[in-house]
Design a protein. Structure first.
Lengths: 113, 115
């Protein structure tokens, strides 16, 4: 049973435009959400996180939105750059156990120059 | 500050053998978590150690085990290797504080191939 789902395996965007990556979850106990970026042959790199008490968190070009009623979160990257091309993972944790993450299967983002 | 390091980076074993992977966390981090990444299942949580004690465990068979030393370094062992154990094994470290915005930082992983 997949508790965190990223339904788009891939996304292609033009440089300078907005990239929107989506993530859905089923476990109501999840209260902390994170996005990681992963390049081939490297470990995931933390990007941005959001607590369930918020509905938006922003850090530079990256903004995460959380819709608790829909159990949906999204990552917006504006403007997209070719260096953003990577696999993006959505992850969630419950009950303060931030050291036990449940991951989605990832979305491959390609930003075309 | 040095990041999370994992050794070895690549490993080739045959079915039935056992393997030990090592992870050194970021200085000051007391929690080490292990994950398995495969193309079919994605990233799955194996277990987490904090202050030399296993605090959380995922849904993996008993062939997968680990330990943590007093300096927070951790090892993961897989016994009686199966072809399906071929994967990228990632470790992540954090302060391990509950109910906080504590973040996990990942190492580069160990690529295990079982022949």
């Amino acid at each position: 049973d997949q508790q965190v789902k990223q339904n788009s395996p891939s996304l292609s965007v033009q440089e300078g435009r907005i990239s929107i990556l989506n993530c859905d979850y089923t476990n109501s106990m999840f209260d902390y959400f994170l996005w990681y970026k992963k390049y081939p042959a490297e470990g995931p790199t933390f990007l941005i996180s959001i607590s369930s008490i918020k509905d938006k968190n922003e850090d530079g070009r990256f903004t995460v939105f959380l819709n608790k009623s829909a159990k949906h979160l999204s990552l917006h990257i504006v403007p997209s750059q070719p260096g953003d091309s990577a696999v993006y993972f959505c992850a969630a944790s419950a009950g303060g156990s931030n050291y036990k993450l449940t991951f989605g299967k990832g979305t491959l983002l390609t930003v075309n120059p | 500050k040095a990041g999370v390091t994992q050794t070895p980076r690549y490993l080739i074993k045959t079915r039935g053998q056992q393997v030990t992977l090592s992870c050194s966390p970021i200085s000051g981090h007391r929690s080490v978590s292990w994950y398995q990444q495969t193309p079919g299942q994605g990233l799955q949580f194996l277990f987490e150690y904090f202050s030399e004690t296993q605090r959380n465990k995922g849904n993996f068979p008993g062939r997968f085990s680990g330990r943590q030393f007093s300096n927070s370094r951790s090892e993961m062992n897989v016994s009686t290797l199966e072809l399906g154990d071929s994967a990228l094994y990632l470790c992540a470290s954090s302060k391990g504080l509950p109910y906080s915005t504590d973040t996990q930082y990942f190492g580069p992983g160990t690529r295990l191939t079982v022949l």
